[in-house]
Design a protein around this ligand. Structure first.
Ligand SMILES: [Zn+2]
Length: 485
């Protein structure tokens, strides 16, 4: 409760802040967003199987009711994407608000509320997807609705894209859009999506964290063949024996440390709020990495370790279904996360060498390439201006994401993608993929105001002719600017 109160105070603007520019009625918008989120959480899009078509229809109904141009893309088997567009004057390329429609499974036994109830209690709205990422989707959609209702004139299109299958990645909706409907995305310059959030420590907002890059997953299945037999006679050349010995060597292997520019920048900013040796190490990471004790201090934290090197996690093992049978095959799953710039082929070759067993077969289940978005952009400056308004003095940090999102697919096509959801989440509030996922109503309100501020800023939203009497420029002037792009 205490934390909630502090948070509410941290989130709301102080009395010394400048008066807000006239804009939407956010008290009314908060109520609308809350009931929209409750209804959306009740749409069960557990993936597998996803059933994202239900979510697409949910949004389509709202968008149709507001007269906002939209299209549902059927992907078959109950899966779908939805794209909506608020047209701008074509003075800049679009900004894309991207969210995924699916959620990970929830085990009701482990939850204190039914996971698809959308219940509001203790100042939170509860449900699978509240933070990952249905709350964000509602802030994005409400931003479109508020801009549309205001009649604002926009310099660039604002697009809303809800996609299928981010969590499992077999029928990935973003890949589908890029491969088959790329033209509908209208060559966006910017994309805002999931990734990082506002960090809260001891009830205080300490940083706005924007993901400008993320590590690339390399998911591998390792298959060991071997002599089958009855377990009563041990088989030293058995599949499980081969696999376990190889995995032991993989576990002992530490990929080399490499300092990428985003991490160097991020660590130096972090140094400002640390003390002692850690502050010294963070303030000059490349020097610290050449000094054994400081280097040890940096990598002893698993998160920092993952910021500094490609990592390997063994996540699955299987052998015989029967306890008394030595199987002809045993398999393991490896989740490797590559630093931007690491080559998946070269890393796989190294891993094979480390495993040291030529009988193993390696299957690549997923391999992506990490790229980095620049920081010197109009969208980054819009985020900084929102920070100045809502949280002056709080740094905007750029920690790399160690997990992966759809952002990487878009970044590879040249879109500047920032993973930033303006929710102030304490460790306890960040329950994405965990039990009792929830989002505070204060965060929903703040996320909506901040998303609206950032998007209307970068889209150059100005009062429309209905409010100001200004007519937009004639269409031929528009067309000339567009072709000059
Ligand atoms: Zn997500």
């Amino acid at each position: 409760m205490m934390l909630g109160l502090l948070l509410a105070l941290a989130l709301r603007r102080g009395p010394e802040s400048p008066a807000p520019a006239p804009g939407p009625d956010f008290d009314a918008a908060e109520k609308e967003a809350l009931s929209m989120l409750q209804a959306y959480l009740r749409v069960d899009t557990t993936n597998p199987p996803g059933n994202e078509r239900l979510a697409a229809e949910f949004f389509r109904e709202i968008l149709d009711g507001e007269g906002i141009e939209n299209r549902v893309y059927d992907l078959g088997e109950g899966r779908a994407n939805i794209l909506a567009r608020l047209p701008g004057r074509g003075l800049g390329r679009p900004i894309l608000l991207l969210n995924h429609l699916d959620v990970v499974p929830a085990d009701p036994e482990r939850w204190s509320v039914p996971p698809f109830s959308g219940d509001v209690r203790d100042g939170y709205v509860w449900g699978r997807g509240a933070t990952d990422m249905k709350g964000t989707a509602v802030c994005q959609l409400m931003t479109l609705l508020l801009l549309k209702r205001s009649g604002a004139v926009l310099d660039r299109d604002v697009l809303f894209l809800g996609t299928a299958d981010e969590e499992e990645g077999r029928e990935n909706g973003v890949a589908e859009m890029l491969e088959r409907h790329r033209a509908d995305l209208r060559d966006p310059e910017f994309c805002l999506t999931e990734g990082n959030t506002i960090t809260v420590e001891e009830g205080r907002v300490v940083s706005w964290d924007v993901a400008v890059t993320e590590k690339a997953p390399l998911w591998l299945k390792v298959i060991a063949p071997g002599k089958a037999g009855h377990a009563s006679i041990p088989e030293p050349d058995g599949a499980v024996a081969h696999l376990v010995r190889a995995l032991d060597r993989v576990l002992a292997y530490e990929p080399p440390i490499r300092l990428i520019p985003a991490v160097d920048h991020y660590f130096r900013q972090l140094a400002l709020r640390e003390k002692g040796d850690l502050a010294r190490a963070l303030a000059d990471p490349s020097a610290a990495l050449r000094d054994a004790p400081l280097r040890a201090l940096l990598v002893e934290d698993p998160q920092r370790n993952a910021d500094l090197r490609t990592t390997i996690s063994i996540t699955g093992l299987s052998g015989s279904e029967k306890i008394n049978v030595i199987p002809a095959e045993a398999t393991a799953s490896l989740d490797c996360r590559l630093l931007p710039g690491d080559d998946p082929q070269r890393f796989l070759a190294k891993l094979k060498e480390v495993a040291g067993d030529g009988s193993l077969r390696w299957e690549v289940l997923l391999s992506e390439t990490a790229t980095e978005s620049p920081i010197d952009t109009a969208l980054f400056r819009a985020i900084e201006r929102a920070r100045d308004r809502f949280a002056p003095g709080v740094p905007v940090l750029t920690p790399p994401l160690t997990s992966s999102t759809d952002a990487s697919r878009l970044r590879q096509t040249g879109v500047v993608v920032y993973g930033f959801e303006p929710f102030a989440l304490s460790d306890d509030d960040d329950r994405s993929h965990g039990d009792d996922e929830r989002l505070s109503v204060d965060n929903l309100r703040f996320g909506l105001e901040a998303t609206y501020a950032i998007v209307s800023d970068v889209a150059g939203a100005r009062p429309g002719p209905a409010q100001s009497g200004d007519a937009p420029p004639p269409p031929e002037a528009d067309a000339r600017r567009r072709s000059a792009k």
